[in-house]
Every structure is written in structure tokens, then in C-alpha cells.
Design a protein around this ligand. Structure first.
Ligand code: ATP
Length: 464
């Protein structure tokens, strides 16, 4: 889909996502819960397909990446060592009039003033002071703000603490999944027969006390990450970094995202240990924004955990006998952000015979439902029976949906809106000839296919 400037497609996507059971605001019957969302019946299918595609690409199709599923809770020492307890923060200001809490770097950026989240509190505040006249509260329009301060994003909990006053010694819900990978580096190395270079991939929930939560599921306080840490010999960073940049870009093209809606953003202000950092940005309806980070992190994380735990986290090269602490190339993306990018990319409105149709042109591998099976008429038992038999057979291999409600046109529209690539109708001639009408979502063309050939037909069509 080509996007127009200032179109309102985010509103349309939010509305479709709710109407068709992709995404619901959390705890909606209690007026919702800010920055947390639930995936509905089709949403969970789409999210699962995104995760399965990532997992297949990152582990199954490689012989140098293994998987991991580490716990959400970890020793608080992990977060001390990683630097999150001290430094995992965003600059926060408050509007003195309406008391909205706002992310200062985002406010500056919206006002066209350059600021980077990696700048220090002093740097950002310095810019803030100089550009105050340009900045207005997005909620009430006032221009009166408290001085900026750094706000730590780690979410605290009382897990395992029974003293009643746990806030002095909190445990944390993980702020990113990769720390689970670093602390298991030695376990994996000792058990999985891996040799440098190798990677560890993980999909899991992460939690951040995000200051401003807007733009639907783009930025949420509970979200899922798909992260991979690739451990390399010092000096080989650049080579593997370039390889991973290429692989990750191709991943989005393979999800059906047009290259023109993707771009690289180079981090100019690197954190002190990083060697190189680029983000892949997607052209969301609210502009190009980060989808995935591809970062060369040096040996910082393993060195920190080695220092704090007292455990050697180095690698002994079996051929050269060299010992070193590996460097890391990281790829990191959110499931929800990918979900939103994929929805934005797939959403189309078309004119068909004077009527408009909404269709999600999802890659078949991502579509929540692959095939919808319809009996032409609900009140003809022989049609329903045959359609059920076809459905029961196809569902063994693909996520299918049986629908006998309303006229066929309406059933097509519903499946178009959830992105089902194929609809299949059993009609009276199916009873005679054992064939069905298969209708293609994108071209809307229909063809007759023998029931005995359906499996091969869909095997070829649903691969992508
Ligand atoms: P941002 O600058 O948008 O806050 P970040 O640079 O802090 O993101 P990372 O820590 O690099 O993000 O996280 C890696 C990926 O995890 C991001 O590219 C994004 O896809 C996803 N992600 C991070 N924070 C969130 C969030 N609050 N909600 C949804 N996805 C997130």
C-alpha cells in the first residue's frame, strides 16, 4: 500500500483491529488500562504467525543459532550489572497546567528540535531550556513545564519479598529479553555444542514503564520481543554485523513489506560501549519509526556479567587455543511493532463494482485464517455435510474457518477484512462433480478445483 501524507489510516487500522477481533484494549470493561493491549482471536493467530516466521528464519533455517526461553524474573543483580537499575531511563517532564507526563526527547523532536534519547539529562534539559518557546503541551496547549528528570523504565515487583516494604529491594520484570541470553551464555556453550560464531534467539515478554504511550500497539508497557545475540570473535564484528543487517532487511521484504516503506536509521549518539547501531524504520501512518534495532554491542554485556557474577564468560577457541570474551551483534524487534507494520502494509481500500471493500493483503504465511470454507446455503443439509467434510480434511493442515452465515458476498467481505487468502464454496454442482469454487482474496478471481486436488493446490499457494 502506498501511503499518503497525513492520511488517517491508523484510525482505520485501530477500528478494523477492534471490529474484527485482532486487538482489544486491555481490561476494556473497566475503562481500559493505559498502554496495555490484548490480542483477540485473529490477533493471536497473526502474532503467532509472526513469531513462527521469525523463529523459523532465525533458528530452523540456520545451523548456527539455537533457541532459549529464559524466565521473565531474574536475580535483581542482573539488572544492576546490565546498567538498567541506574541508567535505563527516559527524560520526563510534566505539564504544569494539565499534569500530563511527557517524554522530553519526543516533545523536542515533535517541535522540530533535534534530541536523542541517548543524550544525558543535562544535555536534553539544556536544549529544552533554549527551545521552550517552541514547545507546547500536546494535550492542553500550555507552555509551562517542570524541569526534565530521568525516569527509570524498569517495572518493579515484590516477587519473593515478604517484608511488606519491598520497594527498597525490588525484583524486576525484565525490561528486555536479551539479558536472559547473556546470563545463559555459558550454559548454552557448555551444552549445545556450539562454536563461535553462534547465536542465541529468544522470544518473550518484556515490560517498561513507558512515559507516553500513544500510537496504539507501537509502544506498550507490556510487549513481546524477538531478540537474537550473535557471539563473534573480537575483530569479526563488522563482517557479521553487515551480514545481519542484510538478513534482517530481507526478513521484512519476505513478510511482504515494500522496500520503499523501510529505511535505515543510523544512531549518531552511540552508548559508550556500542560499536555501531542502526535501526530499521517502517513508514507507519505517523511517520518512519523504529521497527528493529541491529546493534554491534562489543563485549560490554558479557564483561559486565562476568565482573558482577565472578564467573568467567569467555570462550576457548578449540583450534587456536585462544581465549577471549566474545563480542555481540544483536537484532531486536517487538512482536507488536511488527504486527502493526504488517497490518499497516496490508490494509487496502478498493472500489469493487461501485462499492468499497477493505482487504488485508497479508502474506499467506501470516494470515490468521488460510482458507474459509462455505456451503452455498445453510439450509441444505447435503451442502453443509459436504462442506464440513472438506473443512475437516483441510483443517488438519491449515487454520481454516467454516462459515455458513449470510450471503456469499458478505462472507467474502468478512474474510477479506481478516486477510484470508482463499475462500472455498461448495455448491450444487459440487455434489455432482466433486469440485468447488476457490476465490482468490487479491484478484477476486474464481476457479473450479476438484476436491481431490485441493491439498496440492493449497500446498503450492500457501507457502509464501
Ligand atoms: P524506542 O526508542 O522506540 O523506545 P528502544 O530503542 O528503547 O525503542 P530497544 O530497547 O532497542 O528499543 O528495543 C528493541 C525493540 O523492541 C524495538 O525496536 C521495538 O521493536 C521493541 N520495543 C521496545 N520498546 C517497546 C515498547 N514499549 N512497546 C513495543 N515494542 C517495543
Amino acid at each position: 500500500m502506498k501511503k499518503k501524507e497525513n492520511d488517517n489510516s491508523l484510525e482505520k487500522i485501530v477500528s478494523l483491529a477492534k471490529r474484527r477481533g485482532f486487538v482489544f484494549p486491555s481490561s476494556e470493561i473497566y475503562d481500559g488500562f493505559t498502554a496495555v493491549y490484548d490480542f483477540g482471536p485473529y490477533g493471536v493467530e497473526l502474532a503467532n504467525n509472526i513469531k513462527a516466521t521469525w523463529w523459523r528464519t532465525m533458528t530452523q533455517l540456520r545451523d548456527d543459532v539455537v533457541g532459549l526461553d529464559s524466565a521473565i524474573f531474574m536475580s535483581p543483580k542482573v539488572w544492576e550489572a546490565s546498567g538498567h537499575v541506574k541508567g535505563f531511563s527516559d527524560p520526563l517532564t510534566e505539564c504544569r497546567k494539565c499534569h500530563s507526563r511527557l517524554r522530553l526527547d519526543a516533545l523536542l523532536e515533535e517541535a522540530g528540535v533535534f534530541a536523542d534519547e541517548k543524550m544525558s539529562e543535562e544535555e536534553i534539559n539544556g536544549i529544552f531550556e533554549k527551545s521552550k518557546e517552541k514547545i507546547k503541551c500536546p494535550n492542553c496547549g500550555a507552555a509551562d513545564f517542570t524541569p526534565g528528570r530521568n525516569f527509570n523504565l524498569l517495572v518493579q515487583s515484590n516477587l519473593g519479598n515478604f517484608t511488606g516494604d519491598w520497594s527498597k529491594e525490588p525484583t524486576y520484570l525484565r525490561g528486555e529479553t536479551c539479558q536472559g541470553i547473556y546470563v545463559n551464555f555459558k550454559n548454552v556453550m557448555d551444552t549445545a555444542r556450539v562454536r563461535i560464531p553462534f547465536g542465541i534467539a529468544q522470544i518473550g515478554k518484556a515490560f517498561r514503564n513507558e512515559i507516553t504511550a500513544r500510537q496504539f500497539i507501537f509502544r506498550t508497557r507490556e510487549f513481546e520481543q524477538m531478540e537474537m545475540q550473535y557471539f563473534v570473535k573480537p575483530g569479526d564484528d563488522k563482517k557479521y554485523y553487515e551480514e545481519w543487517k542484510e538478513n534482517r532487511w530481507q526478513f521484512y521484504l519476505d513478510l511482504g513489506i515494500a522496500a520503499e516503506n523501510l529505511k535505515w536509521h543510523k544512531h549518531e549518539n552511540l552508548v559508550f560501549y556500542a560499536k555501531e547501531a542502526y535501526d530499521i524504520e517502517y513508514n507507519f501512518p505517523f511517520g518512519f519509526k523504529e521497527l528493529e534495532g541491529v546493534h554491534a554491542r562489543g563485549d560490554y554485556d558479557l564483561q559486565q556479567h562476568s565482573k558482577h557474577s565472578g564467573q568467567a564468560l569467555d570462550y576457548l577457541d578449540p583450534t587456536t587455543n585462544e581465549k577471549f570474551v566474545p563480542h555481540v551483534v544483536e537484532t531486536s524487534v517487538g512482536v507488536g511493532r511488527t504486527f502493526l507494520a504488517v497490518l499497516c502494509e496490508a490494509y487496502c481500500e478498493e472500489e469493487v463494482a461501485g462499492e468499497s471493500r477493505i482487504v488485508l493483503k497479508l502474506a499467506p504465511k501470516l494470515a490468521p485464517i488460510k482458507i474459509a470454507v462455505f456451503p452455498l446455503l445453510k439450509n441444505k443439509p447435503e451442502l453443509v455435510k459436504k462442506a464440513r467434510a472438506v473443512f475437516d480434511h483441510l483443517k488438519l493442515d491449515w487454520r481454516c474457518e467454516f462459515d455458513d452465515n449470510g450471503n456469499i458476498g458478505k462472507r467474502y467481505r468478512r474474510q477479506d477484512e481478516i486477510g484470508t487468502p482463499y475462500c472455498l464454496t461448495i455448491d450444487f454442482s459440487s455434489l455432482e462433480d466433486d469440485d468447488v469454487t476457490v476465490r482468490d482474496r487479491d484478484t477476486m478471481k474464481q476457479e473450479r478445483i476438484k476436491i481431490s486436488e485441493l491439498e496440492n493446490f493449497f500446498l503450492a499457494k500457501l507457502k509464501k
